[in-house]
Design a protein around this ligand. Structure first.
Ligand SMILES: Nc1ncnc2c1ncn2[C@@H]1O[C@H](COP(=O)(O)OP(=O)(O)OP(=O)(O)O)[C@@H](O)[C@H]1O
Ligand SMILES: [Mg+2]
Length: 253
């Protein structure tokens, strides 16, 4: 099995990077081999994974300036293709077929990995489109607020275009509620809106929200994964549940 999952939402700060890292660690604990790809020039995932930043990264790969072998680094968080810092991506890829560069590059991997998880930037530019074109499916991290949901209207139009032009079979695995705080009394209305949005997109909301927890930030500061940093924490439990739900949906456990 090889699933390529893009974590995407053009809204910033909704927990994309945190979710990629948490789900990747969850999958590794179950014995799956993962490859992480940091498509965000901010390089947050590369940083928290302790990736060596002197080597070629995802943009060099897209521009065919690096081979897959040179771009993949070993990190404490598993194999990773890091962000290419200092390179502005937009406008660089102007050739015909520019949407397919990542998909093409990953074809060389064969069945080396069980899961490839892609961390997307907070925009719907060419880097995100490359991720959506290469992916078999997507997870949409959202915070439970109205503004976070508003972004999904625009996203659904991008999704439609990607399915029409570059990746017909792209699946939507679900909306993942992140940074959830039980102290915030969420109105029934917001929950209903999230469910309704999921329905409109033809998907579901993952049963377990990822709770807001200081240990998440601590793990990132220590550049380690949540299961190593705080194995008994709520956040570790939440990521374990979400990973299990994803695997169940994919029919692999
Ligand atoms: N469950 C959580 N508990 C506490 N803090 C969290 C949690 N999830 C995310 N954060 C924090 O929220 C901030 C944004 O999270 P993250 O970087 O994962 O979002 P993002 O969608 O990848 O952002 P960007 O759009 O900038 O790439 C970070 O500072 C992160 O540490
Ligand atoms: Mg991010």
């Amino acid at each position: 099995m090889k699933e390529i999952i893009a974590f995407i939402n053009q809204k910033g700060g909704v927990g994309k990077t945190t979710s990629v890292a948490g789900v990747a660690a969850g999958l590794q604990r179950k014995g799956f081999k993962t490859l992480l790809i940091d498509m965000d020039p901010q390089g947050n995932l590369s940083y928290i994974s302790q990736a060596d930043s002197s080597r070629p990264g995802s943009l060099e790969l897209l521009l065919r300036k690096s081979s897959l072998g040179d771009a993949i680094r070993q990190t404490p968080q598993g194999d990773l293709i890091a962000a290419s810092q200092g390179l502005a991506a937009e406008g660089i890829l102007s050739d015909t077929g520019k949407e397919y560069r990542l998909r093409e590059a990953l074809e060389g991997l064969g069945d080396t990995y069980d899961f490839i998880l892609i961390d997307c930037p907070p925009s719907l530019g060419i880097l995100a489109i490359n991720a959506l074109t290469a992916a078999t499916g997507i997870v949409i991290p959202v915070q439970a607020d109205v503004l976070s949901l508003q972004a999904l209207g625009q996203f659904s139009r991008t999704l439609e275009a990607v399915r029409r032009y570059t990746n017909q079979g792209l699946k939507l695995y679900g909306i993942l509620l992140t940074r959830y705080s039980s102290r915030t009394v969420l109105s029934q209305e917001v929950f209903q809106m999230i469910e309704a949005t999921a329905g409109q997109l033809g998907t579901k909301v993952f049963k377990t929200p990822i709770r807001e927890a200081i240990v998440v930030k601590e793990a990132q500061a220590a550049r380690t994964d949540i299961f190593t940093h705080a194995p008994k924490s709520n956040a570790a439990q939440d990521f374990e549940s979400v990973t299990a739900e994803l695997l169940k949906d994919l029919g692999s456990k």
